[in-house]
Ligand binder design. Sequence first.
Ligand code: MN
Length: 721
Amino acid sequence: MEALLSDLVSRVTAYHPEADVALLTQAFTFGERHHTGQRRKSGEAYFTHPVSVARVITELKLDTASLCAALLHDTVEDTKATIDDVQREFGDEVAFLVEGVTKLSKFNFTSKEDRQAESFRKMLLHMAKDIRVLLVKLADRLDNMRTLEHMKPDAQERIARETLDIYAPLANRLGISWMKSELEDLSFKYLEPDAYKLLSDKTAALMQVKDGYIRRTSALLSSRLAEAGFNAEVKGRVKHLYSIWRKMTSSRCEFEQVYDIVGFRAVVESVADCYAVLGVVHGMFTPIPGRFKDYIALPKPNMYQSLHTTVLGPERERVEMQIRTVDMNRVAELGIAAHWKYKEKSRGAGHDNVIDYKDAQRFHWLRQLMDWQKELKDPQEFLESVKVDLFQDEVYVFTPKGDVRVFPRSATPIDFAYAIHSDVGERCSGARVNGQIVPLRSQLRSGDVVEILTDSSKHPTKDWLDHAVTSKARGKIRAYLRSEQRERSLRLGRELLERALHSAGLSYNKVVKTGAITKAVEAAKLGSVEELLIHVGYGRVAVDEVVRALAPPEQKAPEAIKEGAVEKVIRKVTGRDTNGIMVSGESDVLVRFSKCCSPLPGDEIVGFITRGRGITIHRRACAKSLDLDPERKVKVEWDAGAKVPRPVCLRVITANRPGILAEVGQTFQKCGMNIEEANCRAAEADRALNLFSFTVGDLSSLKTVIRQLQKVKGVLSVERV
Ligand code: MN
């Protein structure tokens, strides 16, 4: 352990000579003492993990507080130490970081539970306050991924999925490309083990062949550039596995057909040299049209700058060239960490906090994320939009004045309008792209000049949600639709109540004026009359309940109350348990099941109040439910032990051999299922595609059928549709 500490000290003092070695030593001792006796799954002493995390932190060239946080990051969660102990010994800054990382670690991104989405949101807020929390967490995740082989297969898959979905895109957004590539390759290894093995074998074989080519070409480029008077360092390399894999899957081709697996990078002294070197390269080799990208003039949102071009290189091989300055290369490798500056430590200064927050704020996307989160009330909606914003590739478009704006791929003029200003978004009536009027749904492409046309009588409509992709636009459109909905519900609620009260011999105006209506407000556990009316309008509160609260039973003539459309819907269904759904503890509420995802007892579900149709039940995973107004969402559960016969459909792909259909049919029978409709046809030469519709009582019976079908010889796949 001594050796580990001195290694760490020499690493940090190499880039930060004034680092607080005493504090670092203290954190090391504290961590080692508290983790004593604990072992990792590999059998190693547990404390080797925090030390490895701290080593990654030195690669990011972070400050002492971050290093201490790395060494202590698991103490609060996994040992007897408390956050107060950490605060007492190491001060507020370290304690803040440790607490942030601890909170982050509790979050399971793959779960769809609201509660967890909520903590993700809190985590992002935390992160925005101090980006170091995220950097320590990323280092922690990297070490966990490097040692994932010791975990159980299901944990491997879950952690790898989460890494690929959330952490690798975050590393990318922070511009730390080496970490992004390593996280991607490690996730790939556990998520697609066969493909990974195949690709790494093929790449290794290719390296053997290409090794000479890379050396020859690098030498050729170096000497030509030197002749032309440039001081350039040229390096060649093979792309990382996951990026090759992504290329193969996105363009549906084989490894052998992926071009430009080999790339070269020239690092030069100045920006002017970059463009001049590009000229030399294009003079030597024919450029492939459409492959030139100028990220120097148009930096990526993570501050990456470089020139990219693809040329027909020596031996007519397609190669990608990257040309950048020394500074740009540093940013490409270290990302945000390239901007830390370590000042001389002044005597008596409490700590060596050197993060230049102005630089951290260049991370425009992070700031935007924080702005938008205020408008996204539904945690799941938020999580979904964050994933979209992290993931998508960018398009670069121009305002008529020539300012550059960056959008995720498949953004439309609607996104552009909201990016200019919410008011522009709300009144946007059309767009002119490159001088031509285009529909609002048309997708923007890099280089487009976009001008938004506004009309003060125009307003957002629901179908805009189908065309907007940025979380800002989507959040604003939803907020608008929601307030419009509120107003409509308010009017409708008032109308319904007026009519119902009238039938019961009461006057709405009188009830309001005398304040009698507060009785109904209280009975419905609401805060104001307005809220009560909105709830009635939405159908959340039944209008006859309000009347009952206001009119004593003897005065009320129930027959006289005419059922309006809403009451009909919300009226309690006679006879319990017809649908097996509990809506906030009550089981006899009118519900219907959505056709898009046909939920089964056992599926995770959500309910949405639909005006005129009661409550619609969707599967939680249903994409459509995410588009629905979260204000209308209600908590629903299956009644314990509910068995509700529901139609389902299975897609069964089988080998096309005689007798197989009979066997499949028997399997259904053995499971006690009656096939109601079957649709079978030969697909490709040797396969048959079969759709079976039948009725099933709950998820576990469905799973049994699926399992039994999978056992039938010749059945290739079984899928619920
Ligand atoms: Mn850890």
